[in-house]
Ligand binder design. Structure first.
Ligand code: GLU
Length: 503
């Protein structure tokens, strides 16, 4: 009996809502999405929430936000429904119970009444004897009469899969070919727990079958239990979907698996969760471009590509099965390219939430602020992440007396002394009182001419003004900064700087 083989591709992303969406999960979802879009198939979101101990209610929202942020819209899922609803496993418990019973009826599964004390003692014994731990199949051999008695006594039970005691199981992974496992290495894993909810082994197999899934893309950590999954499929008489175990993503050191938390390696912090990348100011298009190349390669000679190109070229067979380190520096580089490519108005829109949070101003206030229209285009090439913009712009939102001149050198031009810098600031202030229009280009002209007339190098002449108006060593180009600040505020800051120098 098969339910698939012909017809459209159907892939699913099936996260367990036990926490925030991790980069590995995001990459799995991305490959699912690419494959579905390429084949004009369906991408399904299914929530695997049967582990109630690890369940975290907020993570479903967070998972969906992460996928949407990257632009991975699903065709069927818990929030939008679909022909195979429900897409939440706890809402499907009767289905799994029915299928567990089918396996029992066919002799492929059995009820196990062992208490946790007995199982603990069994494991301790196995460890003592230096044997591999695992269920000893005690209840598999229970006589019918014993079973009936336990049922009559109302002893709680789980359902375990009855792995064949001899023989080998062969399954195929698209990237790794045929893999053969001796059945004696497999355990009679629990399919249905005492609370009536299924484990992954039962729920995912039943759902993948019922939902007509054609390709299972999942993390490499599931490779070890794939033989069990093949046996479950066989026991039902179903044909297994194509299995694609995606390579592990290593941290930048290339040594360990990516951690689920932010970590610092060699003094640099690196992120691990989808929302951390969003909050740090990576653009979804840059992240998309970056992640497509983690475990797959668009083209060794082309690092930058768009969604449509990726869809067109993507191919499951070309996924590289070996683990690879995450090239974070590439993400920063890509992000800066994508930032530069944005029209200034879109960059402004993308920056508003960041600036609002970091500068503590409302988005409405910032949206109509003309300083941003002047300054954003000139910092566009200087930021790698959206969260870096505030550092370039914060000075423009301070009052004149809030500017800090903690480093006195800031106010003194290169190769000049304090007296000369005072003189230059005075001369400049009178130019700024007059200049018309009050625009970067005209101010620049006026300053340059004055510097020449005084025989001072432009850099030395401009320096004190940069320090005076921003209080910073690194800041956006001077004349756009002056224009953005406006005549009155610029003069006020120069006044303050003069008092500072004279005092
Ligand atoms: N719920 C499983 C997980 O989060 C899904 C694995 C799969 O895709 O089959 O790891």
């Amino acid at each position: 009996m098969t339910q698939h083989g012909e017809g459209a591709v159907r892939v699913r992303f099936a996260p367990s809502p036990t926490g925030h969406l991790h980069l590995g999960g995001l990459r799995t979802a991305l490959f699912d999405w690419l494959w579905a879009r390429k084949t004009e198939g369906q991408f399904i979101l299914r929530i695997e929430d049967t582990d109630r101990k690890r369940y975290d209610a907020d993570s479903v929202t967070s998972l969906m936000q992460g996928l949407r942020w990257l632009g991975l819209e699903w065709d069927e899922g818990p929030d939008i429904g679909g022909p195979y609803a429900s897409y939440v496993q706890t809402e499907r418990r009767e289905i799994y119970q029915k299928y567990a019973q089918k396996l029992i009826d066919r002799g492929h599964a059995y009820r196990c009444y062992c208490t946790s004390e007995r199982l603990e003692a069994m494991r301790a014994e196995q460890r003592r004897n230096k044997r591999p731990t695992g269920y000893d199949r005690h209840c598999r051999r229970l006589a019918d009469a014993m079973r009936t008695r336990r049922e009559a006594e109302g002893i709680p039970s789980v359902v375990r899969f009855a792995v064949p005691e001899a023989g080998v199981t062969v399954f195929t992974d698209l990237l790794r070919g045929d893999i053969q496992v001796d059945n004696r290495q497999l355990r009679d894993e629990v399919l249905l727990k005492a609370d009536g909810l299924p484990t992954y082994h039962l729920a995912a197999m039943v759902d993948d079958f019922l939902m007509n899934i054609t390709h299972i893309l999942r993390g490499e950590e599931w490779l070890a239990t794939a033989p069990l999954h093949k046996l479950i499929y066989d026991a039902f008489g179903w044909e297994m979907p194509v299995l694609v175990h995606l390579p592990v993503i290593l941290d930048p050191s290339g040594k360990g698996k990516m951690s689920k938390r932010k970590r610092t390696v060699a003094g640099k912090e690196y992120l691990a969760l989808a929302h951390e990348f969003r909050d740090a100011g990576y653009l979804p298009d840059a992240m998309f471009n970056f992640l497509v190349n983690v475990g797959w390669n668009f083209d060794p000679d082309q690092e930058v590509f768009g969604r449509e190109e990726a869809i067109e070229r993507f191919c499951l067979e070309d996924i590289n099965p070996s683990a690879a380190a995450l090239p974070y520096e590439k993400l920063d580089w890509l992000n800066s390219l994508y930032i530069r490519a944005l029209p200034a108005s879109e960059l402004k829109k993308a920056l508003l939430p960041f600036l609002s949070r970091q500068l503590q101003l409302s988005e409405d206030e910032l949206e109509t602020d003309r300083k941003l229209d002047i300054l954003i285009p000139v910092i566009q090439e200087r930021i790698k992440r959206l969260d870096e913009a505030a550092e370039w712009l914060d000075w423009a939102y301070l009052d004149a007396d809030e500017i800090s001149y903690s480093d006195p050198k800031l106010l003194i031009g290169r190769k000049l002394n304090a007296a000369q810098s005072i003189e230059i600031l005075r001369v400049g202030a009178s130019l700024l009182e007059e200049v018309d229009p009050f625009a970067a280009e005209t101010i620049h002209q006026a300053f340059r001419q004055k510097a020449e007339a005084l025989g001072v190098k432009a850099g030395g002449f401009f320096g004190p003004f940069r320090g005076a108006i921003t209080g910073k060593k690194v800041s956006p180009p001077l004349f756009e900064s002056i224009e953005a600040l406006g005549r009155q505020e610029t003069l006020r800051r120069i006044e303050r700087a003069l008092r500072e120098l004279e005092g």
